[in-house]
Design a protein around this ligand. Structure first.
Ligand code: PLP
Length: 442
């Protein structure tokens, strides 16, 4: 549906409030808050709501519409695949797009990451990584190794395993505890590889199966790790026989100006999880990509296949969408554009700092940026989540920019096809919005 009769809009929003289970602390917010709306269509970096207003999508949906909205080539590839063969069970057969996509991912990912297990989301990609890890150690005869170490501040997903290795686990433990046995999240702010090694030693190195980390964490505020941090993690894991999992669900496919964020530091994990930008959101798909030594352990263990199967994993239509998406990413050199436009965005945002003492810091890499907002520059007292930050998002959307803010960070991560004039437009709007926010006495 690309149009709504304006007279029907209030009733449709009421239906949403009544029946659509949304991720919002107040459901009724869809009826009142101007930064929640019914979106009907999109093109490039722009989206249009049911009242015909246009917005620049400065968060690429939820960090994922990397090639931009409204791509005919992806829609065509999906339609063609659906007409030809929509589904085949991955336990009994393979499909052409699944083979082609797995091969392409093996080529694009660094080092010998080469065996691809498909799923439907970032959470499932992480969940699959955790299970592959535990079964891998079991098959090697190292049956004591079951613990998975995550880090405070991280986010790895909503399923039980992914939630349990996330740094946000303490906030969900109240409702969902006890969380998965053998999982922990280590406090290591700022990035401290030593804290991870201490945890491995404390837990007993021969009980630890894996360490999971986002190379750059959105949830922890897009703080760029120090030069040697990820290399140190690699060394520590190697020293203790622990697998290293990089969660590139957000950072993969050009978001940070390289195809994968791990490439900035030249580190190859044992397992990489991807989703979001893999299809740019045109279809649900995730993947868990493993080094050959892991896959070989499974292929050489007769009658002990991975004890984990997802009906929709490697869905032919999703794979076709991902392939068309990755072809656009490569043909239009969007990874390079992300690096180029991202450095302009960071530069322009930093130029706002002298005029806006509310900006405590500007951080980022590629088109993956955080503007830290503070009440006081000296103390760096953060602006808390809640009505104040929500008001800033409302002002931004009134001025035509949609994005997200959390833990005192305003996030900017537009589609990778963005052009310089749109970057300048975002910065102009952020500038105006901050002035208005401060004028209102926030
Ligand atoms: N991993 C990371 C780093 C994420 O940011 C997210 C979601 O934002 C996930 C995993 C979970 O992905 P999904 O929401 O697709 O399940």
């Amino acid at each position: 549906m690309s149009q709504v009769d304006p007279q029907n809009l209030p009733a449709m929003l009421q239906d949403a409030a009544d029946h659509l289970w949304m991720h919002a602390s107040e459901w009724q917010a869809i009826l009142t808050r101007t930064d929640r709306r019914l979106l009907l269509k999109g093109h490039g970096c722009m989206v249009v709501d049911a009242e015909g207003r246009e917005y620049l999508d400065a968060l690429s949906g939820l960090w994922l519409v990397n090639v931009g909205h409204g791509r005919e080539a992806i829609a065509q590839a999906m339609a063609n695949q659906a007409k030809t063969l929509a589904y085949a069970s991955s336990s009994r057969a393979v499909t052409l797009p699944a083979i082609e996509l797995a091969t392409l991912l093996s080529d694009l990912t660094p080092g010998d990451l080469s065996a691809v297990f498909f799923s439907n989301s970032g959470s499932e990609a992480v969940e699959s990584a955790l299970k592959i890890t535990r079964q891998y150690h079991y098959l090697r005869g190292d049956r004591q190794r079951y613990k998975i170490i995550g880090r405070h501040g991280s986010y790895h997903g909503a399923t039980y395993g992914a939630m349990s290795v996330s740094g946000t686990r303490s906030s969900v433990d109240t409702y969902f505890g006890p969380l998965l046995p053998g999982t922990l999240a280590v406090s290591c702010k700022p990035y401290s590889a030593e804290a991870i090694e201490d945890a491995i030693k404390y837990e007993g190195p021969n009980t630890v199966a894996a360490v999971i980390a986002e190379p750059i964490s959105a949830a922890a505020g897009i703080i760029i790790p120090p030069l040697k941090y990820l290399q140190r993690l690699r060394e520590i894991c190697d020293r203790h026989g622990v697998l290293l999992i990089f969660d590139e669900v957000i950072t993969g496919f050009g978001r940070t100006g390289k195809m994968f964020a791990a490439e900035h530091w030249d580190v190859v994990p044992d397992i990489m999880t991807v989703a979001k930008g893999l299809s740019s959101g045109y279809a649900p798909i995730g993947a868990t990509i493993c080094r050959s030594k892991i896959a070989q352990q499974f292929s050489s263990s007769l009658n002990k296949p991975l004890a984990h199967l997802l009906t929709f994993g490697g869905h032919a239509v999703s794979c076709a969408a991902a392939l068309a998406n990755l072809h656009i990413l490569q043909q239009e050199r969007l990874v390079e554009n992300s690096a180029q436009q991202g450095s302009i965005l960071l530069d322009r945002l930093r130029q706002l700092m002298p005029r806006h003492p509310i900006i405590g810091d500007v951080r980022g890499l590629g088109l993956f940026c955080a503007v830290e907002l503070v009440k006081n520059l000296e103390t760096k007292e953060p602006i808390p989540d809640g009505p104040e930050i929500n008001r800033l998002l409302e002002i931004l959307s009134e001025l035509g920019v949609l994005t997200r803010a959390e833990s005192s960070n305003l996030y900017l991560a537009p589609p990778l096809c963005i052009q310089q004039e749109q970057i300048e437009h975002i910065v102009t709007i952020v500038d105006k919005a901050l002035s208005r926010f401060v004028q209102e006495g926030r």
